[in-house]
Design a protein around this ligand. Sequence first.
Ligand code: SF4
Length: 511
Amino acid sequence: CRTLRLVFGDQLSPDLSALADVDAAGDVVLMVEAVEECTHVPHHQRKIAFFLSAMRHFAAELEAGGLRVDYRRLDAPDALPSFGESLADAVARHRPERVVLTEPGEWRVLAAAKTWQDRLGVPVEIRPDTRFLCSIAEFQRWAGGRKQLRMEYFYREMRRRHRILLDGAGEPVGGQWNYDADNREPLPKGLIPPDPPTFAPDAVTRDVLALVAERFGGHFGRLDGFAMAVTRADAEALLDHFLEHRLPLFGRYQDAMKQGEPFLYHSLISAALNVGLLDPLAVCRRAEEAYLAGAAPLNSVEGFIRQILGWREYVRGVYWTFMPGYAARNALGAHRPLPRFYWTGETDMNCLRQVVTETRDHAHAHHIQRLMVTGNFALLAGVDPAAVNAWYLMVYADAVEWAQLPNTHGMALFADGGLLGSKPYAASGKYIERMSDYCGRCRFTPKRQVGPDACPFNALYWDFIARTRAQLAGNARMTMIHRSLERMDPAKVADLRRHAEAVLAGLYADA
Ligand code: SF4
């Protein structure tokens, strides 16, 4: 063939740069289900099923559009274990004049791709991923020379550049850039969020589910009840439903947690967005339209758009600017192993039990569950960032490394020393009590600091503040809490730290 065009599992977009100048008559599109990509970390069963089903549907879409797709199924008798081997085999079979790809979403894969030209003996062209709203070069121009990178300033530039939620004078609609202060309410009793739409598995998905059960049934997670959006049409329907039914209250309750309600008012589009089934700018425009039509309030729409236009682009820029060293940072010197309950859900701490169970069942948890429950606990307990990162990458269907790593490593664990967030997101049981109904059904009491009924988050929190105090003394956002620590009776601090030690000892007792 003339050109062999590669499409990775998170590149399922018809406007992918690798396909820009495709010639249906002379080119071949290569898509590979590589077993190594499912097992280099053993991903959640649902996550694997989602990726494989979305890939198979996308390949069918390309074929229906007249393209020749060489689709390498994981269960084919001649399947090769890695992407690299499948590519070499495809080059030998198709004898292309060149190979074209869009830069992959993972540093490890891009590093490998840069060796392909020499190894395969054929020209390899790596194109920028133009599906994002800010290129890596643009991000680096913005970041260059700044002492601190703050998402808020980046976000304002992105609003201006893409002219989103601006008035005629180029100022933010409503007079403020950010309405986060309106977006921190717990869910009132009696308010029942609408059920999200479900997408019954078709024959393609059913095949994939059987394959995953057979080959990866030992991985974390469950497959039953799989109802994810795996096609462009499904993803559009998911977005439509969100804009109409959940966006209006999304903002107000975006930080709320409620037992038995894993989805609340969240959009649930992150997995579809991250594999390319939705276009980020189009999603932002749809949300803006909902505001302009009076169908959703500004605090919801601005908060939603900020996640996509601001945060998502910002973490991608951070990832590509600071990798590979970024992943190796361990600013707080955290070295404990990941507690076993992250896999089993077996813990008396109800908040953690709920979040891990929902994660196992749905390969999903919303941002506050990830940041303030599982992330916060790992931060307070001093769990090794590498172990925590691996867990987040494995268990969430939307976890592609450029998005997952900065969120976990930087935002949740402060392992980057404050590059991404201005202070550690450490919180005691009080925060979880305020934002959820978990504590009422927990055997611990969030009001107690020490003793057998005390919420373990409390002592761990003060132990964290005390043990990082010298290191974080120069951080202005920690001054208030450091003052509170200083004002505390030293005997009480000692008591709390002893209790924290006992909690940690208990946690690893059976390990
Ligand atoms: Fe979690 Fe503590 Fe509340 Fe229990 S009391 S649910 S451990 S925050």
